[in-house]
Design a protein around this ligand. Sequence first.
Ligand SMILES: Cc1ncc(COP(=O)(O)O)c(C=O)c1O
Length: 365
Amino acid sequence: MIHAWLARNPRADRTRVYGPAQRAVVDAANLPDIGMLGVVDKGPTPLLALPALAERLGLGEVRVKDESQRFGFGAFKALGGVFAILQFMASHGDRKPTDIVFTAASSGNHGRSVAMGAQLVGARCVILLPGFTSAEKEAAIRARGAEVIRIDGDYDTAIVECRRRAEEKGWTIISDTSWPGYEIVPRDVMRGYTILADEIVRQWPQAPTHVLVQAGVGGLAAALIGYIWAVLPQRPMFVVVEPRSADCWFQSNAAGGPAPASGDAGTMMGGLACREISPITWPVVGLGADWFMTIEEDEVMPARRQFARPLDGDPAIASGPSGCAGLAALMRVCANGDARRALRLDRDARVLLINSEGNLGEAAP
Ligand SMILES: Cc1ncc(COP(=O)(O)O)c(C=O)c1O
């Protein structure tokens, strides 16, 4: 461990090939067709270059995949829940959508995606939200025709409650996280996310040397790390970023297998407020990430501000607290000599960040 907030992955082996254990989680040869998602705007989200910020941080390049521009939805999650519902319908040809109730626990974005998918196929949808999800996110879920149940607790409590109600009422769970015996849907959700990883590979022929990706349960990290590891000849350095109070990946890395967060997940980064990892992602994230790190709550606003009010010539980017976590992490590492050297973040570094959400319902930074 370099710092209490930065730890190397002792299992990372840069010569490890992307094998069957990884392909069973994320299969790069099985990219979904975005046309399936029933959206009008099928274009890729932009990969924005921030040369002035790269110069200020002493890096070669910084590029941001801007998912705030994902077809009017405003977060990468649009790719997951919708696709998983379409897959469910395709593999259950005998089920009538009007007889199905889809359900999910969500901090906001995944629920909106599941609501969108249910609306698309004409099924009922019930989303369980933890107490902290904003009124704006709840309204956006309702606007897609879903019913909303508020849970007196956090995201992990909402999952327990979602499973209980689904069991009792015969609802179909579309979860972004997995548990023993429940793996097909979360795998489909990640398969949807691989669309964004494929776009990045096409948009950046020179390819990144470093990928900083924020994690909640690890679905986004698995899709991105898995796809890039599978298709690029040279594997970049992968850094997984979490809020300190929701450090389930950081703790799992130390434990050598799935382990709970050390804190209560009481973070403003709602999309990352998870106390447990998605266990199916372990062969990709647990073996493929090079570093795990945490960030502090007071590092979020400066990062959102940096995106919103950029240096001369760089584009402005609208981000929510979970969206800017990768930038907050990059700024943390670049401000610390040891950390920076350990991660080889120098003038030759080409850094990829994911702005995973826009600023729906967030106060201006
Ligand atoms: C905006 C945003 N970023 C990142 C994440 C983390 O994704 P995952 O839970 O797949 O790790 C989420 C999850 O809800 C999110 O909403």
